[in-house]
Design a protein around this ligand. Structure first.
Ligand code: FES
Length: 153
């Protein structure tokens, strides 16, 4: 199959790349741009491990075609904090032990950072609903909710 030229803006940097037009944003981030902080769990939009921000909104990058993201501002977990500095949501996950194995964590954190700017209610149940697209097979949910609530307060 042929390739297409696309320029992706990721964490403030432009990447002019040649990709298969069928390549997902997830695979392109990991395999072409070599940003492997974004994880592949299901590759079918069901687990949230691949969550990134596109123009400030959270999406499952396994469901997006990279070739459609020209001119979009993409943020991955690598771009969240400052130089040598964690984002407050990352600090909160550390403080509240919001993970066990860590595989879902970058997706959880990307989702949480976007979620706190969305018009959700304030209860723990609201956080669980808002974060229900991010699955944690270790069951760290109580601590994830505590971390998200710590940032929201
Ligand atoms: Fe994208 Fe599971 S890898 S939702």
């Amino acid at each position: 199959p042929g390739t297409v030229s696309v320029t992706l803006r990721v964490n403030g940097e432009s990447h002019a790349i040649q990709i298969d037009p069928r390549a997902t944003l997830l695979d392109t981030l990991r395999e072409t741009i070599h940003l492997t902080g974004t994880k592949k769990g299901c590759d079918h939009g069901q687990c949230g491990a691949c969550t990134v921000h596109v123009n400030g909104r959270r999406i499952n990058s396994c469901l997006a075609l990279a070739a459609m993201q020209q001119n979009a501002e993409i943020t991955t977990i690598e771009g969240l904090g400052g130089p040598g500095k964690l984002h407050p949501m990352q600090d909160a996950f550390v403080e509240h032990d919001g993970f066990q194995c860590g595989y879902c964590t970058s997706g959880q954190i990307m989702s949480a950072v976007a979620m706190v700017k969305e018009p959700w209610g304030k209860t723990d149940g609201d956080v669980r609903e808002a974060m229900s697209g991010n699955i944690c097979r270790c069951g760290a949910y109580p601590n994830i909710v505590a971390a998200v609530q710590a940032v929201r307060r």
